[in-house]
Write a protein that binds this ligand. Sequence first.
Ligand SMILES: NC(=O)c1ccc[n+]([C@@H]2O[C@H](COP(=O)([O-])OP(=O)(O)OC[C@H]3O[C@@H](n4cnc5c(N)ncnc54)[C@H](O)[C@@H]3O)[C@@H](O)[C@H]2O)c1
Ligand SMILES: [Zn+2]
Length: 354
Amino acid sequence: MERISVGASKKYEVVIGRGLLDRCGELVSEVKPACRTALITDDIVDGLYADRTEQSLREAGFSVSKYVFPHGEQSKDLKNYERILEFLLKEGLSRGDLIVALGGGVCGDMAGFAAATYLRGMDYVQIPTTFLAAVDSSVGGKTAVDLGEGKNLVGAFHQPIQVICDADTLSTLPRDIFADGSAESIKYGVLGDRDIIEIFSKGKVQDELSHIIARAVKTKSDYVERDEFDNGMRMFLNLGHTAGHAIEKLSGLSITHGHAVAIGMVIVTDAAEKLGICEPGSAAELRQILTRNGLPISTSFTGEEIGRAAQSDKKRRGDSLKLVLPRRIGECMLYDAQADRLGEIFSLSEAVKR
Ligand SMILES: NC(=O)c1ccc[n+]([C@@H]2O[C@H](COP(=O)([O-])OP(=O)(O)OC[C@H]3O[C@@H](n4cnc5c(N)ncnc54)[C@H](O)[C@@H]3O)[C@@H](O)[C@H]2O)c1
Ligand SMILES: [Zn+2]
């Protein structure tokens, strides 16, 4: 079991290991005296892991009421958020009680937002059960729901009081959903962690899951601690995301986040090589790693289409934006790009449609 201390204004621990679900009550007791808890989860995770979680919490003296919502991004909306608030009220939860979010990023984001806002804010514990949620949502305190107009448009920064990652729960993930987490983990490798790159290039991911999660959590928290509110250092975490978000949007969300980020990373690595910024051969190395881990390396959208879609992205600052470009696999830089030149830059890549 590994414990990583995370957070800037408010510290909390990410506890990582195997078999932790059956010990979650005992772990939560370390940070919160026995109280009422609302266990929030989706219907798939409910069938797999809710009973064990509930039992462990009860054994540690917590009382538990459970709220289950239908799985999928379409549930991360204001309607469901409102239902959760009504459930908390009906169950009589007070500000001093606890929300436990058991599930992937959808559950964590929505339950986290409910925790941020119910009675002006209460504590929550995250138990991520997808690889993506373990390596990404567990750090940074971002909570949100979607509007019809786009993802994550309503939300708040609200840190959990603890995150418990049981690597065993990832064994039931469908391949594609597992791959989404691989893409986000490989991103940390490209940013600066050759150790992660080695693991993914050798295909030893299953044996090293706890280790990968721990490295990813450390790397992300390093960036976030230096920049809690999304302005400077944190921009590096957007590697592959400017093009990635655009591809996700253009596909009407049929291409999932991690898959889109994988393609986005290939696009910028290709472009950086063509611009003379990145060591030749880096894009080839990245393609090999992504392919080996079940991720796509090209798209049927053109560079111009992706550029246009990216221009309307919320991360735009004025007319220029910072694009994260690799210098090599293991080191990146921020590059000032005019928003209206994005299409041209993305078109340098062979990963886009010509
Ligand atoms: N807050 C953040 O910093 C942050 C970071 C990255 C992503 N996100 C958000 O996370 C969401 C995507 O996360 P996700 O991919 O985890 O989505 P998700 O929560 O929808 O999970 C994907 C699917 O996997 C199923 N599932 C979850 N755990 C499982 C398990 N152990 N075994 C089998 N099936 C399981 C779920 O039921 C769901 O159908 C997006 O809404 C994104 O915006 C947030
Ligand atoms: Zn991401």
